[in-house]
Design a binder for this molecule. Structure first.
Ligand SMILES: [Zn+2]
Ligand SMILES: [Zn+2]
Length: 245
């Protein structure tokens, strides 16, 4: 009996044992992180602002939030799959720390399905994963946005991934250490784009969007390099205030 309890207390590796990371039930697919029932229970973003993807308070009179009505973002639109709240924060933490996290595959494919349902004719023709600063890449060993972009692109093989075009010159400041306004100004010129992207429609891919400061800074670099427009594809979207706890 003692041995059995000791085994049950050991942390399980869902990817190896085929166990759902959220409910510990058996997975339907080996390369998934969570089961269908847990997927249904996730906080999917059902009523996002059509510009910035922030959840709209219902009943909404407009598909555009008050912030975007006053000052629309530099990017064309943000498409997000989930609200950034438990257990999504844990799933994204796993994506950032495990190069082969099954969450990357499962959430990437689900985000691709949402993109598929969103666009009609005019699709982006290039995907750019948000680059990490080189010191962060060295520390982490991989860029989670590269992995995510790879799984999204499996659904759209005609759209090329160009992870080589942009560089991050500044490290991201800690979200909690700065006000929203200071975060935008401190990251303003954080990215550079080495090659002209004249007339290209671009989707930048990130795991999460909070203030939108990173997405805005990369959008600015791409527009300066000639991009026709820039969309943002991310797993989770959150209100800035939700990170101030
Ligand atoms: Zn489950
Ligand atoms: Zn908005």
């Amino acid at each position: 009996m003692f041995a059995k309890i000791a085994i049950e207390k050991k942390p399980l590796s869902a990817s190896l044992l085929g166990v759902c990371r959220l409910c510990r039930g058996i997975l339907e697919f080996e390369n998934h992180a969570f089961c269908y029932a847990c997927s249904d229970a996730l906080p999917w973003l059902h009523h996002p602002c059509s510009h910035c993807a922030m959840p709209l308070d219902l009943p909404a009179l407009s598909s555009v939030c008050g912030t975007c009505q006053k000052s629309p973002p530099l990017y064309n639109r943000c498409i997000a799959a989930l609200c950034y709240e438990p257990p999504v924060n844990d799933l994204i933490a796993h994506i950032k720390t495990h190069v082969h996290a099954p969450e990357t595959h499962q959430l990437g494919r689900q985000l691709a399905m949402i993109c598929e349902a969103t666009y009609n004719k005019t699709w982006p023709d290039m995907i750019i994963p948000v680059p990490l600063h080189w010191t962060r890449t060295l520390q982490r060993g991989f860029n989670q946005s590269d992995n995510l972009a790879h799984y999204i692109q499996m659904s759209f093989p005609k759209i090329e991934i160009r992870g080589d075009l942009c560089k991050r010159l500044k490290k991201a400041p800690t979200q909690h250490s700065q006000s929203r306004r200071r975060r935008f100004s401190s990251i303003e010129n954080a990215f550079t784009c080495s090659t002209p992207v004249s007339g290209r429609r671009i989707a930048i891919v990130d795991d999460g969007v909070t203030t939108g400061a990173t997405a805005t800074a990369l959008t600015r670099a791409l527009l300066n390099a000639g991009a026709a427009n820039v969309d943002v594809w991310c797993i989770a979207r959150t209100d800035w205030h939700n990170t101030q706890q």
